[in-house]
Design a protein around this ligand. Structure first.
Ligand code: BES
Ligand code: MN
Ligand code: ZN
Length: 504
C-alpha cells in the first residue's frame, strides 16, 4: 500500500472512496463535509437525516456519487462524541476506511485527516498509516480458492484541508506516515510469527526468522543451542525444554546505533518464547490449550520491535532476547517436585509445570544482565491467565521495581494507544512462593497469580531498573475490531517504538 497526500480540492479528487470521520456532536460541521455537501446539492445532509446517521461509534453511511464529483463514493464513519475521540482512534478510522475500500474493490482509498492542530498531527498521521496497514492485515497463507480475498487497495490517500497545509505542516504529516508504515510493518510481522501454527513456528523456525530480521535490519544475531545453554547453567529453561522433541533455541539480537548521542541508554528486551504451551505434565485441558501457539508472542514482539528500532534509527543500544522452547509432556518431561538450579544459582521447586514461562524468563533475564549489563530491562510475556482475570482481555498488566521507569513506560503506552495498567508487587505475597526444599516454588496459590509471577521474576532481576509486561490478554484477539485483527495482535511493538525512538 502506497501513501499519498492531497490538499487541493478534495471535491475534485479522483478516488474510488473518500472517508470522513464524523464526531457525533459536530455532525455536518467540517469544511470538507460542507464542500462535498454543496457540490452534491445538499444530498449528504438529506441522507444523514433520512438514514438516521448520527456519527455514533461504529455507525457508517456510504453513498455513490455517480460521477457528480471526484470521489466515486463518500463514506461517513461515526467517531462518537468529540470529547471522547483520541488521536489513536484514527487507527480504527483508517482501518474501517481501508476495509470498506477493499469491500468495494477500490484501488484508491482516501481518508481525511481530522486534526488540524500542529502537535498532534504527526501522531494522527502515524495512526492513520498504522490503521490502514493493520486493518487490512490477513493471515491467509493457508486459505485456498475464494476463501482468500485479494487486497485491491493500492493507494491510501491522506486528504488534508487547506488549514493543514498553509501552516506548512506537510513535513510533520509525512514523517508521521513514514513512522506509522514502519510500526505497522513490524506489528504485522509480529502477528505473522504468532499466527503461524506451532508445528511450523518451532524454536528453530523462530530462530531462523530472527536471523532474517537481523539480515534485513543489519543487526547482530546470536543463537545458542542446548549444549551452550547447559554450559551456561540455564537449568530452569532447559528443564522446560527437556520434554519436547524440538531443540531449544536461545536468541539474541543486538542493535548498535551509528551515532553516539548524550543520554544513550543500553536496553534489554526479553520476550517469552514458548512456541507451544501444552502445560507439560500439568497438562492443560483442551479448551485452554487450543490457543497456546500464541505463547511466543513476547518473543515475536521483541524480535519485530528491534527491527523497527533499527529502521527508525533509535539512539539507544538495544538487545532482544528470547529463550525459545516448547512445553510438552513426555517421558523426558520435567516433573512436579523436581528441584531446578537456575543460571543465577537460585533453586526452584516445581509445583506446576504449566508455570513454565517464568522459568524460561528467569534464565533469559540472568543471561541478559550478564551479557549486556543494561540500564533498563523490559520483559514481555503471555505469562498468566490471572492477569486476564484481573484486567480483561485487552489490557496488559505492568509490574516493576522502579516506579519512575514504570511511569515512563506507561506514558509511552498511552501515547502509542496501547492499554496497559500498573499492578503491584506486594511483598506479602512472597510467602506464597516459599518452599521447604528449595529457595522457592514456581507457583503460588490462586489469588494474585499475576503478581506472584511478577514476584518470581523479580528474584532474577537484581538492582537493574525493570518493567514486566504481562500481555496474556492483549497478545491475541478473538475477534476483529478496527486495526486489531483476529489472532496475534503484535501488542507492545508500538509502545516499544514510542519509548525508544524520540520525535524531532
Ligand atoms: N501461557 C500461559 C498463560 C496464558 C493463559 C497465556 C491464557 C495466554 C492465555 C502460562 O504459561 C500458564 O499456563 N500460566 C498458568 C500459571 C499457573 C499454573 C500458576 C495459568 O495462568 O494458569
Ligand atoms: Mn503454561
Ligand atoms: Zn505459557
Amino acid at each position: 500500500m502506497r501513501f499519498s497526500f492531497h490538499h487541493d480540492n478534495l471535491v475534485a479528487l479522483k478516488t474510488d472512496l473518500l472517508a470522513l470521520y464524523c464526531a457525533e456532536d459536530k455532525l455536518g460541521e467540517g469544511t470538507v463535509f460542507q464542500a462535498l455537501d454543496r457540490a452534491l446539492e445538499g444530498l449528504l445532509t438529506r441522507l444523514i437525516a433520512e438514514e438516521q446517521f448520527k456519527g455514533k461509534k461504529a455507525q457508517s453511511l456510504q453513498i455513490h456519487t455517480h460521477g457528480r464529483i471526484g470521489p466515486a463514493r463518500i463514506l461517513l464513519l461515526g467517531g462518537g462524541p468529540r470529547r471522547e475521540m483520541q488521536p489513536h482512534d484514527l487507527r480504527g478510522f483508517a482501518a474501517r476506511a481501508a476495509k470498506a475500500g477493499a469491500a468495494a474493490s477500490a484501488k484508491q482509498v482516501a481518508a481525511v485527516l481530522p486534526y488540524t492542530e500542529g502537535a498532534v498531527q504527526e501522531r494522527a498521521a502515524q495512526f492513520m498509516a498504522e490503521g490502514a496497514r493493520l486493518g487490512r492485515y490477513r493471515f491467509d497463507k493457508y486459505l485456498t480458492g475464494d476463501k482468500k480475498t485479494p487486497d485491491t487497495v493500492e493507494e491510501f490517500q491522506i486528504g488534508m484541508t487547506s488549514d493543514n497545509v498553509e501552516s506548512g505542516r506537510l513535513e510533520a504529516i509525512q514523517r508521521g506516515v513514514a513512522r506509522g508504515e514502519r510500526v505497522g510493518a513490524a506489528v504485522a510481522r509480529a502477528r505473522d510469527l504468532v499466527n503461524e501454527p506451532a508445528a511450523v513456528m518451532t524454536p528453530t523456525a523462530l530462530s531462523e526468522m530472527a536471523k532474517q530480521v537481523a539480515k534485513e535490519h543489519h543487526l547482530e544475531v546470536k543463537v545458542l543451542g542446548r549444549k551452550e545453554c547447559e554450559k551456561l547453567g540455564m537449568g530452569m529453561y532447559l528443564a522446560v525444554a527437556q520434554g519436547s522433541e524440538e531443540e531449544p533455541r536461545f536468541l539474541q539480537l543486538s542493535y548498535f546505533p551509528k551515532t553516539k548521542v548524550p543520554g544513550r541508554k543500553k536496553i534489554a528486551l526479553v520476550g517469552k518464547g514458548v512456541t507451544f504451551d501444552s502445560g507439560g505434565l500439568s497438562l492443560k485441558p483442551s479448551a485452554s490449550m487450543e490457543d497456546m501457539k500464541i505463547d511466543m508472542a513476547g518473543a515475536a514482539t521483541v524480535i519485530s520491535a528491534i527491527g523497527a528500532l533499527a529502521e527508525l534509527g533509535s539512539p539507544h543500544e538495544v538487545h532482544a532476547f528470547a529463550a525459545c522452547t516448547e512445553n510438552m509432556p513426555s517421558g523426558k518431561a520435567y516433573r512436579l517436585g523436581d528441584v531446578l538450579t537456575s543460571m543465577n544459582g537460585k533453586t526452584v521447586e516445581i509445583n506446576n509445570t504449566d508455570a513454565e514461562g517464568r522459568l524460561t524468563l528467569g534464565d533469559a533475564i540472568t543471561y541478559a544482565l550478564r551479557e549486556v549489563k543494561p540500564d533498563e530491562l523490559f520483559d514481555f510475556a503471555t505469562l498468566t491467565g490471572a492477569c486476564m482475570v484481573a484486567l480483561g482481555p485487552h489490557t496488559a498488566g505492568v509490574m516493576g521495581s522502579d516506579l519512575s521507569l514504570v511511569e515512563r513506560w506507561l506514558g509511552a503506552a498511552r501515547l502509542a494507544g496501547e492499554e496497559m495498567w500498573h499492578l503491584p508487587l506486594p511483598e506479602k505475597l512472597k510467602e506464597q512462593l516459599k518452599s521447604e526444599v528449595a529457595d522457592m516454588k514456581n507457583t503460588g496459590d490462586r489469588w494474585g497469580g499475576a503478581l506472584t509471577a511478577g514476584l518470581f521474576l523479580r528474584e532474577f532481576v537484581g538492582e537493574t531498573p525493570w518493567v514486566h509486561v504481562d500481555l496474556a490478554g492483549p497478545a491475541s484477539a478473538d475477534k476483529e475490531s478496527g486495526h486489531v485483527t483476529k489472532g496475534g495482535t503484535g501488542f507492545a511493538v508500538a509502545t516499544i517504538v514510542e519509548y525508544l525512538v524520540p520525535r524531532e
